[in-house]
Design a protein around this ligand. Structure first.
Ligand SMILES: NC(=O)c1ccc[n+]([C@@H]2O[C@H](COP(=O)([O-])OP(=O)(O)OC[C@H]3O[C@@H](n4cnc5c(N)ncnc54)[C@H](OP(=O)(O)O)[C@@H]3O)[C@@H](O)[C@H]2O)c1
Length: 298
């Protein structure tokens, strides 16, 4: 997508307290847009939401909301229902563009949150408002869960040989710039845009090597079988019909198995493979820079 600054717009931003929402709020302010951030309380009723979006006289609505737990009922309530209410409010307020932060993993949907996101994407595509759906690859925070382990001298945990998956990690600030570049951009109008960071695609083993290099320690790995998650999902799934606790835990095990075995790259149905070369790259911040910053913080 070509980068071009749009004129200042009245923008309603949902999810401004989240990881990417915060970065988008900062980027909107820096670019001089008039930003109206919605809080969780604004979603307590569709009428209140419509009132807030109308009062802002929104020209552009950006949604960065998402279920924080990923549990099926919460995913449908937030990723689908709350976004549907926001879309209805945007339509009623006469907004011209709705930009949705989605996820690249919806292209191979197996999890409840992915189905909830896809159902909303379909509703957005049907809406008279110009849509832009952004499907990023992995965020830096999702690849930083082992910083404390490595700092403590423990081995980096890998699934299988650590080469089962790969992704092009994107920083919060780079993704925020990409989202802003979609405002008023004809190249983003009516489009679904997968996006990754600057590349190249890296595997979990390479992430571990980058993390050890940032920590100035020799790399040490321990392999875990992703089959453990599949087995846990099967066992917990047996109780899912009787217990919401089992249902939620079974879904978390399925989510863990999914991320242990599926790449966050564009899926090519023709070849039946994930394709790094088809996954667009954007931005300049690398995971290695991020790891070095985290290690320097101590
Ligand atoms: N993590 C990754 O690697 C990755 C990769 C690709 C795509 N994505 C997608 O990127 C999106 C955003 O991720 P993120 O990490 O920025 O999310 P996040 O940090 O978890 O933030 C979620 C946002 O949604 C809001 N929210 C949650 N429940 C809500 C509700 N019931 N009503 C209204 N607002 C609610 C939160 O508000 P509160 O502060 O009030 O909770 C927060 O502002 C998600 O759709 C995710 O699937 C993630």
């Amino acid at each position: 997508m070509t980068l071009a600054a749009s004129p200042a717009r009245r923008v309603v931003l949902a999810g401004a307290s989240g990881t990417i929402g915060k970065a988008v709020a900062a980027a909107l302010a820096a670019a001089g847009h008039e930003t109206h951030a919605l809080a969780r309380a604004d979603f307590s009723s569709p009428a209140l939401l419509a009132q807030r979006v109308a009062a802002a006289r929104a020209e552009v609505v950006i949604s960065c909301i998402a279920s924080r737990s990923g549990a099926p009922s919460d995913a449908w309530a937030v990723d689908h229902d709350s976004n549907r209410a926001l879309l209805a409010a945007a339509e009623a307020a006469g907004a011209r563009q709705f930009i949705l932060l989605s996820a690249i993993c919806v292209q191979k949907p197996r999890l409840a949150f992915q189905h909830a996101k896809l159902a909303f994407e379909a509703a957005l595509v049907q809406s008279p408002i110009t849509h832009t759906i952004i499907r990023p690859t992995a965020f830096f925070k999702s690849l930083s869960g082992q910083v404390a382990r490595v700092r403590a001298g423990k081995p980096f945990l890998l699934f299988g040989d650590g080469e089962l998956t790969s992704c092009k990690p994107i920083s919060d600030a780079d993704l925020a710039r990409f989202i802003l570049a979609a405002i008023d951009n004809p190249e983003a109008a009516g489009r679904i845009l997968p996006v990754g960071g600057p590349g190249p695609a890296i595997t979990p083993r390479e992430q571990g090597e980058l993390l050890f290099a940032a920590a100035r320690r020799p790399a040490r790995f321990r392999s875990v079988s992703p089959g453990l998650f599949a087995a846990a999902a099967r066992v917990l799934g047996l109780g899912a019909g009787l217990s919401p606790w089992c249902a939620a835990k079974a879904e978390y095990a399925r989510i863990a198995h999914y991320y242990a075995t599926e790449s966050m790259l564009v899926w090519d149905p023709a070849s039946g493979r994930y394709r790094a070369d088809l996954t667009p790259e954007f931005g300049s911040e690398t995971l290695s820079d991020h790891y070095r910053r985290l290690m320097a913080k101590g």
